[in-house]
Design a protein around this ligand. Structure first.
Ligand code: SAM
Length: 272
């Protein structure tokens, strides 16, 4: 007898599962970072730190990839880390689980163990609203890296980043809604929200709310330089010619394109 599959609705959905399905690609990201680190430093990446790790799905994937891989996930929020343990870490084999450390702490303070690569993804560093806080974060990341290690942040921008808008995208059996609810050109304060909509018409409004500052690439590069990083460079996402959307391929460039919406990585190296 066929099982009656429960339909996903706002009442029964888990916002962390929806988030992971909508905005994360842990296999691709883990592969990309391992590959880029090897290409850039000549060494295999074995100690990976994910700042603002949330559900730590990327940390788990990195530990799974190789028996010498260790991940450190750092996040302030205890309940999200509990969710990470229950839903993601628990999916790993026992030996893999031992190679994932989840630290409940502030990324401004956690320094140990030193990592070879530190990433802060999905623009989470945007919670820092002043140069002094963002600079302090970068300085702490610098100290939390082994000499020769890489620090990577993603960045977004283009004219569209400064419009108030809602963008809907279908993801399996639900719709992901990215909502830019407020933007102040003077401070670059930006209020973003994630909502989810379901086939039965139900909605999960304000599943995630981000009170951020929209940082620019020159500011990020200057702050990295002040924190001591060297060989600071930008990887720019290419464009799919057919769709006009990002194609997920990142290339080191000296200048970007004046696109309506772009994504990039900013990378700095702690000198050896
Ligand atoms: C946008 S989520 C990012 C989730 C995941 N890293 C990703 O790439 O999608 C931001 C996370 O940052 C955490 N966070 C915010 N400020 C923090 C801080 N100062 N130190 C550590 N974690 C912080 C929040 O608890 C939240 O889980």
């Amino acid at each position: 007898m066929a099982k009656n599959k429960t339909k996903l609705t706002a009442r029964n959905a888990d916002k962390h599962v929806l988030y992971q399905e909508s905005v994360q690609a842990p296999k691709d990201d883990a592969e990309f970072f391992a590959h880029y680190y090897k290409k850039h430093t000549g060494k295999p990446l074995r100690v990976f730190r994910e700042d603002f790790c949330g559900t730590a799905v990327l940390s788990c994937e990195f530990a799974r990839r190789h028996r010498d891989n260790h991940s450190i996930g750092v996040d302030l929020h205890g309940p999200t880390l509990d969710w990470a343990r229950e839903h993601n870490v628990s999916q790993l084999k026992p030996a893999e689980q031992k190679r994932v450390s989840l630290v409940q702490g502030n990324v401004l303070e956690v320094k140990e163990p030193q990592a070879e690569l530190i990433v802060g993804l999905n623009f989470s560093y945007s919670v820092f609203k002043t140069r002094s806080d963002f600079g302090a974060y970068m300085k702490n990341a610098f100290n939390a890296l082994k000499p020769g290690g890489l620090f990577t942040l993603d960045a977004w921008g283009g004219g569209q980043a400064q419009f108030l808008m809602k963008e809907r995208r279908k993801v399996s059996s639900f719709t992901y809604v990215w909502h830019q609810a407020d933007f102040d050109p003077i401070t670059h304060d930006i209020l973003c929200k994630i909502h989810f909509e379901f086939k039965d018409g139900s909605k999960m409004k304000n599943a995630f709310i981000y009170d951020w500052r929209l940082w620019t690439l020159p500011e990020m590069r200057e702050l990295m330089d002040e924190a001591g990083f060297r060989d600071i460079h930008v990887l720019w996402e290419g464009t799919d010619k057919k769709t006009g959307e990002g194609n997920g391929e990142f290339t080191r460039v000296e200048r970007g394109d004046d696109e309506e919406a772009w994504i990039a990585y900013v990378i700095g190296q702690r000198p050896t």
